[in-house]
Design a binder for this molecule. Structure first.
Ligand code: ADP
Ligand code: ADP
Length: 236
């Protein structure tokens, strides 16, 4: 994934300021920075939940945002955006499971709706994903009967159901009681071994040190440092 000179405004406020980043397939990028520094906005633009004002993001040859040909900027067409979005999984701070659906139905919904799998195939895939997150026995449970950590692990399984190339995590553990943080980070660490490209916004420095191939530090919408965990975190 190439993020190229990306800028995003809310009115006069510049939430992203000329952000450029290169993210290699299968690597883990951790984004750190104070509240309001643009971390969420960056993830949201990658998934096209927000429009880009300048610059572009390229994933596997497909573009999000604006593509420059000579002096002209062309915006992506809606259909390309929807296709692209199925390649990018998103895990929110607050799990966002569908409360009126069982765990299994939460996981099979997207691949069935997008026509990628029939119901039987989707169920088989859902059980594989439940094994990945260690929650096969919760297939028929309701989200509200699960702990926060379990709900977040189901949200991860649901995002994986579309076989995304890239998984985005927006502070996936910050809504959890401290004793539940580890079980969610363990699932993300396991994903890191599996070849999916991960971009994780978090304040968990220990996680960044253990898993990150690249650490990016943002301030006021701009990338002020990027490099290995040691380079960024152990600067004098
Ligand atoms: P972070 O995730 O690092 O906390 P955000 O990306 O949420 O930062 O926000 C970056 C800046 O953009 C903040 O100043 C925030 O208040 C502002 N912002 C975010 N979303 C909106 C919005 N929808 N409308 C106006 N301002 C926004
Ligand atoms: P985070 O720091 O995790 O991004 P926020 O509390 O900053 O969470 O934002 C929560 C939601 O509110 C987001 O959808 C964001 O776009 C929106 N938001 C944030 N700041 C503003 C703002 N100044 N004006 C309008 N919407 C905002």
């Amino acid at each position: 994934m190439e993020i190229n000179n990306l800028s995003k405004y809310y009115g006069a406020h510049k939430a992203l300021d000329n952000v450029s980043l290169s993210i290699e397939p299968g690597t883990v990028t951790v984004i750190l920075g104070p509240s309001g520094s643009g971390k969420s906005t960056l993830l949201r633009t990658i998934n096209h939940l927000e429009r880009v004002d300048e610059g572009f993001i390229q994933i596997d040859g497909d573009y999000i945002g604006y593509r420059r040909k000579g002096d002209t900027l062309y915006e992506l067409k809606e259909r390309a955006i929807l296709k692209q979005r199925t390649h990018v999984g998103y895990v929110f701070q607050n799990f966002n499971l569908f409360p009126h659906m069982t765990v299994l139905d939460n996981i099979i919904e997207a691949p069935v709706v997008h026509g990628l799998l029939n119901r039987k195939q989707a169920i088989a895939r859902a059980y594989e994903l439940l094994d990945t997150v260690g929650l096969r026995e919760k297939a028929h449970a309701w989200p509200r009967h699960l702990s926060g950590g379990q709900q977040q692990r189901i949200a991860i399984a649901r995002a994986l159901a579309l076989n995304p190339k890239v998984m985005l995590f927006d502070e996936p553990t910050s809504a959890l009681d401290p004793e539940l943080v580890g079980e969610v980070l363990d699932v993300i660490k396991k994903l890191a071994q599996s070849g999916v490209t991960l971009v994780v916004v978090t304040h968990e420095i220990g996680f960044a040190r253990q898993v990150a191939d690249q650490v990016v530090f943002m301030v006021d919408g701009a990338v002020v440092e990027s490099g290995s965990a040691t380079q960024v975190l152990d600067r004098p």
